[in-house]
Design a protein around this ligand. Sequence first.
Ligand SMILES: O=C(O)CCC(=O)C(=O)O
Length: 293
Amino acid sequence: MGQFTESNDLLGDAAGLRKRLNEDGYLFVRELLPREEVLDLRRQILEFCREAGWLIEGSDLMAGLTDHAPLLEGDEEWQPVYAKLQALEAFHRLKLNADVHQLMEGLFQEPVLALPMTIARIAFPNDNERGTQPHQDWLYVGGSTETISCWGALGDVPERVGGLKLLKGSHKAGFLKPVPAMGPGGQTVAVDPELEWVQSDYRAGDLLMFKALTIHSAADNHTADTLRLSIDFRYTGQSHSITDKWLEPHFSWLGEPFSWDTLDRGWRDSPTARYWEKLPKLKIKEHEMLHAE
Ligand SMILES: O=C(O)CCC(=O)C(=O)O
């Protein structure tokens, strides 16, 4: 497994960043997000995990240590914790960070949109077969194939805790036909053995950005007791198309606890709420997801 190429040296050089993104299919920037803000968000999420009884009693909160049986997203016991997390203004605000926004404008060379749906993963240890399998985000996101996904660890995530790994250069093969698989998303694609998987340790604030056709998956969590928390969100140019589903909160299909009316009740007057409704007319189309046969 190779290491990510760090692109901090290209910050401020939009053409250089675009070239690297188009060549490798990803950009990895250390501490693009403010570390303290990320750690504060981690603390708030881990408080919810502790209240739910998922953390080892008496352990250091920020270590995120668990002795709870693995839960998958969507599980009944997971839902109330995730609803509280999704109701945090700080969680939705992180993607609107000015440095991320500016970098995206440089990549798209036009005003950009952070897609409202923002996802958190709480990955339990001892559950590797059910982790996210190799896939291309475009299957789930639809709209423009130029859309860029961003993945950030909510805390320091050394390689033994997993994190996101990706197949360098895999975007060049275009859209691949998915087949059914375990784990979030429920689908996977065949991986070209000639291409190289890359990963690194992540520190709170680092951001991995990759193309909608770049194959990626969750690396295994080799610890016996450590939760992995992460955030993922997406950006596109305002002239590009997006799909209606991505204007809604993650898991909105479960109804009222995951509707904007419930989630942003406490922060509706903040610039984080409904910012997309104030933008010039967006190109929104229906999401027609291709299902694996
Ligand atoms: O963190 C994960 O388990 C997977 C996230 C992912 O695949 C994505 O951001 O597209």
